[in-house]
Ligand binder design. Sequence first.
Ligand code: HEM
Length: 115
Amino acid sequence: MDYNTYKIIHILGLVFVMLGLGAILGAGREVDRARKVGGMLHGIGMLALLIAGVGMIHKSGLGWPGWTHAKIGIWLVIGMLPVAVRKGWMPSAIGWLVAAGLAVVAAWLALAKPF
Ligand code: HEM
C-alpha cells in the first residue's frame, strides 16, 4: 500500500475511534447496544490507527523519532478511556475532553514533528 492510502486509513481509524467513543461515553454505563457498537468501532479504529501509523513510518523512512513514541502513548491513553469511564475512574464529560484534547495533540505532533 502506498503512503497516501495509509494516511487515509489512519484518518478513517481516527474517525472510527471518535465515533465509537461518542457512543460509549454518551451511553455511560446504561445503554448496552450503544456500548457494544461503540466498543467495536473504537476497537477497529484503534487497530487501523496503529497499523496505518506504522505503515506510514515504514513507507516514509521517517524512522522512530520522539514524537512517534509520544503518539503511541496518546494512542494507549485513548484506548484506555472506555475502561476508565466504565470503571468510574472519570466521568464521561472528562473522557470526551481528554479524547478531543489528545487527538489535537496527536495531529499536531505529526505535523510539527517537534522532537
Ligand atoms: C489517537 C492517536 C492518533 C491520532 C489522533 C493521530 C492523528 C493523526 C493525524 C490527524 C495525522 C495527519 C497529519 C497530516 O496531515 O500530516 C497523522 C499522521 C501521522 N501519524 Fe498519527 N495519530 C495517532 C496515532 C498514531 C500512532 C500510534 C502512530 C505511529 C505508530 C502515528 C503515526 C503517524 C504518522 C507517521 C503520520 C504521518 C506524518 C507525516 O505525514 O509526516 N499516529 N496522525
